[in-house]
Ligand binder design. Structure first.
Ligand SMILES: CC(C)(COP(=O)(O)OP(=O)(O)OC[C@H]1O[C@@H](n2cnc3c(N)ncnc32)[C@H](O)[C@@H]1OP(=O)(O)O)[C@@H](O)C(=O)NCCC(=O)NCCS
Length: 189
């Protein structure tokens, strides 16, 4: 498979509007987020976001933004070449929650643009999120998925997630969710 001109980096507030627009492409009501909900989930305490950028002019060098912790960084890094603006190909939002005595990670959402699907991008985003969560001593990773979202169910099961319990009417009356879980291995210190 050819190497994709995509770069994965931490999300910033500048990504919120493209994330909201991509979420509308990926989900119908009642599964999609409002702008306010997207902002809330991406910026709440314990949350982190990873975005996958697609470099339109793939002949040009693709330079990743340096790691920036937190949701406050807004300006592009000094020295970023002025190439054609990259577009958002996908993103993942994770919420880390401390439930004494451990920290648990939760996939709030995972979205890949239709034209970038089946190229391993969701897998790259999820693996990066799992690694960052494990680095922060979080385990397991948990998530919910609509019982009729077969592509996502296939994806998560192929990624090692195990179905736990059914949550009736989780999204709306008659729209149930399966719970899924995967133990994360903490990296050695
Ligand atoms: C589900 C979703 C995130 C998958 O993204 P993706 O980048 O296409 O997934 P990947 O290319 O990394 O797929 C990895 C593997 O997952 C499985 N998979 C992914 N999409 C699949 C599909 N539509 N049908 C069956 N299996 C699928 C396959 O095993 C695939 O490996 P393969 O392509 O070698 O067969 C994407 O379809 C999407 O954004 N859907 C809408 C939003 C959504 O439902 N998000 C998840 C719920 S939060």
């Amino acid at each position: 498979m050819p190497q994709q001109p995509t770069t994965i980096r931490p999300g910033t507030p500048a990504d919120l509007e493209p994330m909201y627009q991509l979420d509308r492409l990926c989900f119908d009501a009642p599964f999609r987020f409002s702008r306010a909900a997207m902002r809330h989930f991406a910026s709440e305490q314990g949350a982190f976001t990873l975005v996958a950028e697609f470099q339109q002019n793939s002949g040009a060098p693709s330079i990743a933004a340096p790691h920036r912790d937190g949701w406050d960084a807004t300006s592009p890094p000094a020295g970023t070449p002025s190439t054609q603006a990259p577009t958002l190909a996908g993103f993942i939002i994770i919420h880390l929650e401390h439930i004494h005595p451990r920290t648990q990670a939760y996939v709030v959402t995972l979205d890949v643009a239709p034209e970038h699907r089946r190229q391993g991008l969701a897998r790259r985003l999820l693996e990066a999120a799992e690694q960052q969560s494990a680095t922060r001593q979080a385990s397991p990773m948990t998530l919910h998925v609509w019982t009729e979202n077969t592509p996502a169910i296939n994806f998560y099961e192929r990624s090692g997630y195990v179905r736990t319990v059914l949550h009736p009417n989780m999204y709306a009356p008659g729209k149930d969710a399966y719970g899924y879980l995967k133990a994360l291995t903490n990296p050695k210190p």
